[in-house]
Ligand binder design. Structure first.
Ligand SMILES: [Zn+2]
Length: 408
């Protein structure tokens, strides 16, 4: 809960200082806040649902060379059925949250570096947070998280070989005591403290990661009795690179939507062993070269991974009248979006914009071969800047596959 500074009594600063010096300092800064990582940018949710329209023409234009946002849906082994439902509790969701990446243990900084290295794990986590992966959490009242600060533990501070979640909670609490991490009620925004466990340690049985919260008891009594002083924490077990990044992705979307067990749970809910949006999905996929795990999207009634991928668009008809008059352009093209298996019918201008974004349009010839549809330009007398048009063949002395397609 945010407090206004005006209504809040000043702390006893001397007592505070002695508390800090007495506490063991267990974490240190590794990088500046957001150091070296471009800030994430997210498109407005209104425009994010390509499955809601019959074509990609209403998807926001991206920079040249990009492609369209596709919410990939999965129905593989371990992925929840389309009939799955969620319970939307009245509890907290995380909004505008930053994720602190905390590397616990000397093994992360050893030479030679572990595989994956600390830098590789940071790179993958930053990539996941900056990309489109989290976008489907918005339907649950959460907002995508962004990268906070990267910490490493001070030399000699190592987790037990067979660690428990309480060990991670104690690390976070000790770090707050020591002043490396802010107290929950002093955080500028919601924070998720996510701890990467080092090689050579063992997670509790059957767990690859976990997120929860810890109550933080503050000693500023009587000024600071606040039941909302909860730190949101998670840990990810050590494993290979794909394992770590997929567990990271799983814990992030669950912590956002059900940080305290009373937010979004998948039915049947479980008060002790939270049944959450990552727990009912198993398929992993690749977003910007990083392995992530799918999560349940009620809107899509499927396990999903939002990703920017080029669409495969097969054109099967064109609208052009009269067909043989070269002065009348193709007005529209229609066909099947093979990536999402939906029909489309769009104007030539929208088709050109879609090709500019990196999507692939093609025509299947009668002999079964594919001819790529490309954007060309010609300079009629009335257009000094040229007119862009689509064709399978830039040379209009030869047959264009598009013009041999039936009328839409
Ligand atoms: Zn989970």
């Amino acid at each position: 809960m945010a407090k206004s500074s005006a209504s809040r009594p000043k702390r006893a600063s001397t007592a505070r200082a002695s508390k800090k010096s007495a506490a063991q300092r267990v974490l240190k800064w590794r990088l500046e806040k957001g150091g070296g990582v471009a800030p994430p940018s997210f498109r407005r949710a209104k425009r994010l649902d390509p499955t809601a329209v019959s074509a990609d023409s209403r998807v926001e234009r991206r920079s040249p060379g990009g492609s369209d946002l596709v919410v990939q849906k999965f129905t593989g082994t371990g992925d929840a059925a389309a009939t799955t439902t969620v319970t939307s509790g009245s509890g907290k969701r995380l909004r505008n949250v930053v994720v602190n990446l905390i590397f616990w243990g000397d093994a992360w900084q050893r030479t030679p570096a572990p595989n994956p290295s600390l830098a590789q794990v940071v790179n993958d986590a930053a990539n996941i947070l900056a990309g489109p992966y989290q976008l489907r959490v918005s339907q649950y009242g959460a907002t995508p998280a962004r990268l906070g600060t990267v910490f490493v533990s001070v030399p000699g501070n190592n987790p037990p070989t067979n660690y428990k979640t309480s060990d991670v909670a104690n690390l976070i609490t000790a770090s707050i005591e020591g002043g490396a991490l802010p107290e929950p009620d002093e955080e500028a925004s919601d924070v998720l403290h996510l701890v990467f466990m080092p090689p050579g340690t063992n997670a509790p049985p059957n767990l690859g990661g976990l997120h929860t919260y810890a109550n933080y008891s503050d000693y500023d009594f009587p000024f600071d009795i606040d039941i909302n002083d909860r730190s949101h924490i998670a840990w990810v077990a050590f494993g290979n690179r794909a394992f770590i990044s997929s567990v990271f992705s799983h814990e992030v979307v669950e912590a956002l939507t059900d940080p305290e067990g009373d937010g979004i749970q998948v039915n049947p809910t479980n008060a002790n062993n939270w049944n959450e949006i990552g727990d009912v999905c198993a398929t992993t996929g690749n977003v910007n070269g990083v392995t992530v795990q799918s999560y349940w999207s009620q809107t899509d009634q499927a396990c999903v991974i939002p990703a920017d991928i080029p669409l495969e668009m097969e054109i099967t008809c064109v609208h052009k009248t009269p067909r043989n008059d070269p002065y009348h352009p193709i007005r529209q093209v229609g066909g099947i979006n093979r990536t999402q298996n939906i029909a489309f019918r769009i104007s030539q201008a929208d088709c050109i914009r879609s090709i500019d974004r990196g999507n692939h349009f093609f025509v299947t010839a009668p002999n079964g071969t594919r001819a790529d549809v490309r954007v060309h330009i010609h300079f009629p007398p009335w257009s000094l800047q040229g007119t862009r048009y689509i064709s399978t063949n830039p040379d209009n002395t030869r047959a264009d596959n598009l013009l041999s397609l039936p009328e839409c």
